[in-house]
Design a binder for this molecule. Sequence first.
Ligand SMILES: [Zn+2]
Length: 149
Amino acid sequence: MKIIIPRIIISKLFEHSLLEDPNECCGLLLGNDEKVIEIRSLKNVHDKPMTRYEIDSKEIDKAQKYCDNNNMDILGVYHSHTHSQAYPSQTDIGKAREIKDFFDPYYILISLIEKTRPIIRGYKIDLEGVTEIIVEHDGEAYISTTMNS
Ligand SMILES: [Zn+2]
């Protein structure tokens, strides 16, 4: 099992993570089949955003409508860990199992333990456990604008 995330989108995930740091960022990955086409960065509405994340369910409904109108699906949920590795916490696993009956996304985690080298990993989470999936990059390499000046 794998998910394809174009490099330009990976750079956006890192940007969003760094922007919210030290809080966890969160959002949705939209696309077709296993390929991510765009991200929807959302507000982390949890009252302890440094160590937990929560997406407003109204935002998921809105994203679903947007996808229906644009021939896409919600492929995944992403969030960052600002103080731990890119592995799902017990809380993350519990939450993923709770919503699995009506929503079964890929989970993408970004770790900022090393700020200059963020790590990204993907998972499927079900009652049997946590399965790591391959995150494939494709498309144009992201080139920082400062490199060109
Ligand atoms: Zn987490």
